[in-house]
Design a protein around this ligand. Structure first.
Ligand code: GN1
Ligand code: MG
Length: 363
């Protein structure tokens, strides 16, 4: 990964954009693992600057095209939706390319907005789920194939599983030898991969325009903690409902994140589950098929399992994708996700009851 000097951002990157940011000061911002983000302070309006990770997004222009397409669609069909328009470059592009420094995009920081790193209460989960549901519902008439696929096979669980198997063959022998229990746990959940295959072959599970990164920090809230809109459209592309619903379950249900190594703190909060279901269905009740609604919990399993195998495979592959801030970082992240998956499985009967109450009512 190349390291970017903040002074270079001000002298080489910000001048590419069609607004005057000569007085800008940048500070690292957020907690994303893939792109690098800064907040640009100007004294009045602030901005969010992001460098696109080209190892992951091989063709950043596809992101720019998608964002433009979605922006145009919303402006035409849902002008009330508060879409955060990116700032164009001097040559009217959505991305600035700077030789030796990569691709950047700039958006206004929405005044009065905040975002959260963890879901603390059901109201927050409800607001976030409602926002992701609203975004999906607003885009439900946009033909998914009109969008580029910005990361091929991003949530292809079959492929992720094959990649995990590959990492067992080609990966770091010492790390693999020390991870017997985790590997065994992963193998005990392969029914999720088969379930995923069935979903992909069943027309009752539709191809939709999905966000693919529904973590809480991608929702902007106003001063009263009401959802305003969603952000981070890098992975807006055709997909299945489980990507968005499942990643909300993965990242909101537990009071601690995937970074937590004290697994006794990981647990499933049923009231948060209920809030996610309620919030999402406010917007998506008429959009989702019955098969999709019934698979809400399975969506969570797919996404938690996928994250567990991605982390563990990366550990075996010497952390080439996610990086590691301490020895074994991706191993512990994987253990966290395996633990979460087991706990979700344990609570499933209770969660099913809650789910069915909401599917069967017309609230
Ligand atoms: C990555 O960079 P960030 O934090 O938005 C990853 C997601 C994972 C997440 C796990 C493009 O997202 O799929 O769920 O890390 N994004 C990509 O924290 O790989
Ligand atoms: Mg993201």
């Amino acid at each position: 990964m190349i390291s970017i000097e903040q002074s270079d951002l001000v002298t080489s990157v910000l001048p590419e954009f069609a607004i005057n940011l000569t007085d800008g000061r940048t500070e690292p911002y957020g907690s994303g693992l893939i792109n690098t983000t800064w907040r640009v302070f100007t004294g009045s309006q602030d901005y969010i600057l992001q460098r696109i990770n080209q190892q992951v997004f091989r063709d950043p222009q596809k992101i720019a095209d998608n964002v433009r397409k979605i922006g145009d669609y919303l402006r035409k069909n849902h002008p009330d939706y508060p879409f955060v328009l990116p700032i164009q470059t001097k040559s009217r592009q959505e991305l600035a390319f700077v030789e030796g420094m990569g691709y950047y995009r700039l958006s206004p920081f929405v005044k009065g907005s905040t975002s959260l790193d963890v879901v603390e209460n059901p109201d927050e989960a409800y607001e976030a789920a409602l926002q992701f549901g609203r975004f999906a519902a607003r885009l439900s008439e946009l033909n998914p194939s009109a969008l580029h696929i910005t990361i091929p096979d991003f949530h292809n669980l079959r492929l992720r599983y094959d990649q995990f198997r590959q990492s067992l063959i080609k990966g770091n022998r010492e790390r693999i030898a020390a991870s017997g229990k985790a590997i065994e746990d992963i193998e005990a959940f392969t029914f999720i991969v088969s379930g995923y295959d069935s979903i992909c072959n069943d027309p009752a599970y539709k191809i939709r325009v999905m966000h693919h990164d529904t973590k809480i920090s991608n929702v902007l809230l106003d001063r009263n903690n009401k959802g305003m809109c969603v952000i981070d459209l890098d992975t807006m592309m055709p997909g299945h409902f489980f990507s968005d619903a499942g990643d909300m379950l993965r990242t909101y249900l537990s009071p601690v994140s995937e970074e937590e190594t004290d697994l006794s703190l990981n647990h499933i909060r049923k009231e948060i589950f209920e809030a996610i279901v309620k919030g999402y269905l406010v917007e998506m009740r008429d959009e989702l098929t019955m098969a999709e609604k019934r698979s809400f919990i399975f969506a969570g399993k797919i996404m938690i399992y996928m994250q567990a195998i991605r982390f563990l495979a990366d550990h075996f592959n010497d952390d080439i994708y996610y990086g590691a801030r301490y020895p074994g970082h991706n191993y512990y992240r994987a253990l966290n996700q395996i633990d979460l998956l087991k706990k979700l499985q344990r609570e499933e009967p209770e969660l099913e009851k809650i789910l069915h109450q909401h599917i069967n009512t017309n609230k």
